[in-house]
Each structure stands twice: as C-alpha cells, then as structure tokens.
Ligand binder design. Structure first.
Ligand code: CA
Ligand code: CA
Length: 522
C-alpha cells in the first residue's frame, strides 16, 4: 500500500467543491427520537417519523435519521392494502434515508399488531419508489397475525421500485421476511444482515426468509444481493422461487437457517441459498427460464440444503461457492414440468465451477449427466480435509462488519497454504491470485487488500487499514519513493483485530517534507 500525502489532500479539496456545487439544490431533513412531526425538520427541530420526513422531502434530498429507538404502533399505519397494513409507504423517488454518521437508528415495530380491518400482514417499509437509498439502520420486531395461519410480513417489500439501494441495514428479531421483492428491477441490496426472523406457526415459520427476490415479470432484471448475511431465519436464508428474471446472489453468507437459536428445527424449509424454481403445483413460469447466478456465497449448517436448485426448470450458474456442514451441501434438483413433483429429475444444464464443500451429510445430490461440472471439489482429483482450512469455527460468521459495512475479514473456511484447492479452479472472469482461481468463496493470497485511509488530527497522521484479520502489520515511511523498500525507515507494527482493522498514529512537525507511507505484512 502506497500513499503520498500531498496528492491525497489535493483531490479531496477539489472533490469537496464539486460536491457543494452539485448539491446546491438538495435539502436535508432530520428525524430524531425526540422530534415532533409539527417541527420544521431541521437539525434543531427534527421530525418524529420517517413518514413526515418523506412528505417534506423532494427528489435529491437527504433525510438524516438520528440514533436511538423509534417505537412504532398502529397509530403509525399509513395505508391498508389487504391483507397488508403498511407503516412506512415509500412512494417518492430519489430520496436518501441515511443514518447520521456514528449513530444507529432502530425502528421497532413490535407494537404494530394486525389484524386490522381484515389485514393480517405487516409491511414495515413498502417501497414502490425508485432511486432511493436506505442506509445504516435497524428494523426489528415486525409481527404477523397471532390467530391466522399461513400469514407473512416483511421488513422491506419492494413492489415496483427500481434502482433503489439498500445498504448496511439490519433486519432482525421479528416474525417477518427481511428484504422481499415482488417486482422491480436493478435494485441493489448491499452489506445487509437478516437474522433471528421467525414466524409464529406452521404457516409463517415456513414463510420467513432472510432475503427473498421474486420479480414477477421478465422486466424485473438486474436485482443484486451482495455482501449480505442471513442466519437463524425460520425458512431460508435466500430464496428466489418464482423469479421471472435473473437474480444474482454475490458474496452472500447463509448459515443456521431452518433452526431456532437453540438449533431446534424451525419446521421451515431450512435452505441456505434457494436459487430458483417455480413450485411444483402448476404456477406460471417465464420463457425462457432465467439462469440464476449464485457466486462466492458461503452456506454453513443450514438444516436442509446449503446450496439448492429447488426444482428449477433449467440449469443455473454456480461459481466459487463454499458449502459446509449442511444436511446436503449441493442439491441440484431440477424438474421437467411445473405441475407436480413427479417431474422432478436430476439437475441438468447447470454450470458449476470452482465450488467447494466439506462435511455435508451428503455432499452433492441430484446432479444428472448433462451439466458443465469440471473444476469442482467433487470432480477434481483432490481430497478435502480439515487441514485445508485455517479454521472451521462457525462462530466467526457473526463477527462485526468492517467500518465501511463490508463483510468481516475472518479466517473461517479460508484455505491453508498447503491446500490442494489452491489454483485448482478455472478462470471465470474474476480476479484471482497465482496460476488459477482457487476453489470456494475465498481466494488464497493477498486478494483482500487492505483498504487504507489517512487522516490528519492535530500534529498526528492517523493511518487505518482493514482486511488482515489477526495478523501483524507494519508501517514504513520515506521521503524517497525510489528507495528500495528494504531501506525504508520502519515506523512501527500493529496487530489487526479479528475484523481485520488496524490503526497507526505517526506524529509530524510543521514544515516536514512530503512523505510516502507503506502499510504491509511482514
Ligand atoms: Ca422460502
Ligand atoms: Ca489462486
């Protein structure tokens, strides 16, 4: 890592002026737990509710959400769309709803209680708007009806919105789907967590997924779920049954789904990533059948299948996934028709490359002869054992995310330097180290390059870097960029924490010459 101080500061200043000019028309609004909707919405006079802020805001505006817990109740309902009641009805385009830096807003829906006027489902945030951003807050406690069977609620339901961004949201400890799309295109779900979402009864337990992406028309293209985690959801971690357009699951982790927190069965389906299908009861399906994409995902100890094709009517694309300790690590079941399970058949037309599995009750199931399956752990002349992995400690999967919201850097399921999975894969167009891609979701080598930042605080320079969990780092400085690295003066060492973050502080005096800095591993 190389940084030259003057060059870092100059573009930052230019960028600031450009930003001010471009944002001159946009307004900001504030929502706080001590606010009132009769206020003016300024930082000193914040609103109380998300809904009031939306009504004040116009396209391009930002609504800042201050930290603390917002307790919602039936008085906050804004719409009824039987069988749903809607709390926050997001209809205005191009507005950003963002947590105030350093604060955590929590929206608690546990006192929004159906049924009300024949409605037995709750949608905490219904999004029919496009171009909005939702970032940095928690949604908790969303309820389902206590008396009726087979009901379903949602933390977020996207019903027609396009180009929205859902980032660093945590949807947890309720009875509802975390994030759920029924129509809309090009939405990005980035670095979100959905956990401890469980229904109440045989119906709702089997309806509560972490993330569900089910675009109901062929125009619902380009939805991407990336960098997310789903655990202890009573049905599946990720589900795209009945998707009429391609859905991409990229760098997502699914673990412990289909279980309650004591690992008793939830009775829901219990799959990690359920990548497609149209049921087997005659429901409609698109032509052609979309080829769903599941890449760089990690599935661990889900009650049923870690990675599951779910009776899909054609093949899907499965690249560089790691599936460990599931009842079945890879179940590639397809179907020849949509009318009954009698059409179920071994999977066909799948593209599977660079996938890795270990310790499944069954490793690979329902995979027929007509597939492209070279370069997987089950087709290569390699053996997988515990010593292929740095650790298989599942508890690391819930580690805190990095400060920018990225998945934590953990050693779970990372390859040891003697593993025969290293360079055993085949090039699929993604960056890799060495002579070829490795098997599984984590490439061996310094691919998780630290993300360095530099800031000046008084007479100190503060360097931070992330990406190397629990490893020793060092800092070098030189006024001469051309000097051999071995001759750069040594400033200090530090140990990254388990999330991979480290910080160096270096004092400077006024009039110092420009310095170059390197952060590296020994
Ligand atoms: Ca499901
Ligand atoms: Ca490699």
């Amino acid at each position: 890592m190389l940084s030259r101080l003057p060059k870092l500061f100059l573009p930052a200043c230019l960028a600031l002026f450009l930003w001010l000019d471009g944002c001159a028309q946009a307004a900001t609004w504030f929502v706080a737990t001590n606010g009132f909707d009769t206020n003016t919405g300024t930082s000193n006079s914040p609103f109380a509710t998300f809904t009031r802020a939306q009504s004040a805001a116009a396209a391009g505006d930002t609504v800042w959400l201050r930290g603390g817990t917002y307790f919602l109740s039936n008085t906050n309902l804004t719409a009824t769309n039987a069988p749903w009641v809607i709390v926050n009805n997001v209809t205005k385009n191009n507005i950003s709803y963002v947590a105030w830096p350093g604060e955590l807003p929590v929206f608690d829906f546990s006192n929004v209680r159906p049924p009300i006027a024949n409605s037995n489902r709750v949608t905490a945030f219904l999004v029919t708007a496009s171009g909005c951003t939702f970032k940095g807050f928690d949604v908790v406690g969303v309820q389902v009806d206590v008396a009726l069977q087979h009901t379903q609620s949602e933390n977020f339901r996207i019903a027609g919105g396009n180009f929205n961004r859902f980032e660093q949201l945590r949807m947890h400890d309720g009875m509802a789907n975390g994030w759920y799309l029924t129509s809309g295109a090009s939405n990005l779900v980035l670095n979100c967590d959905a956990y401890n979402n469980r229904g109440l009864d045989s119906g709702s337990l089997g309806n509560t997924d972490g993330f569900g992406c089910h675009p109901s028309s062929t125009s619902g293209k380009g939805n991407i779920i990336r960098g997310c985690r789903a655990w202890f959801n009573s049905d599946d971690g990720y589900d795209c049954i009945n998707a009429f357009a391609v859905v991409t699951f990229d760098h997502c982790w699914a673990f412990w789904n289909g279980y309650f927190t004591n690992f008793a069965s939830s009775t829901g389906d219990g799959n990690g990533v359920k990548g497609g299908g149209y049921g087997v009861s005659g429901s409609s399906f698109p032509t052609p059948i979309p080829r769903q994409v599941i890449e760089f995902c990690v599935a661990v100890r889900n009650r049923a299948n870690g990675i599951y094709a779910n009776h899909h009517l054609d093949g899907q694309t499965w690249i560089n996934n790691t599936s460990y300790h599931n009842s079945v690590n890879y179940d590639m079941l397809c179907s020849t028709n949509n009318s009954s399970s009698a059409g179920d058949c071994p999977g066909y037309n799948h593209i599977m490359k660079n996938n890795l599995g270990y310790k499944g009750g069954t490793e690979v199931k329902n995979l027929g002869p007509v597939n492209d399956t070279n370069f997987n752990y089950f087709t290569l002349p390699i053996s997988i054992a515990t010593n292929d992995f740095m650790t298989l400690d599942e508890s690391l999967l819930t580690a805190s995310r990095r400060t920018n919201g990225d998945l934590p850097y953990i050693n779970f399921a990372r390859l040891t330097n003697t593993s025969d999975c290293i360079n055993a894969g085949t090039n699929q167009g993604f960056a890799f180290y060495g002579t070829a891609p490795d098997l599984g979701a984590f490439e061996f080598g310094p691919t998780n390059a630290p993300n360095p930042t530099i800031a000046r605080v008084g007479t100190n320079l503060i360097f931070t870097a992330s990406g190397w969990a629990n490893r020793t780092n060092y800092l070098l400085a030189s006024t001469n960029l051309l000097l051999a690295v071995s001759q750069w003066p040594f400033i200090g060492t530090n140990l990254s924490n388990l999330s991979g973050d480290c910080t160096f502080t270096n004092g400077i005096s006024s009039g110092s010459a420009a310095n170059f800095y390197r952060i590296g591993l020994p």
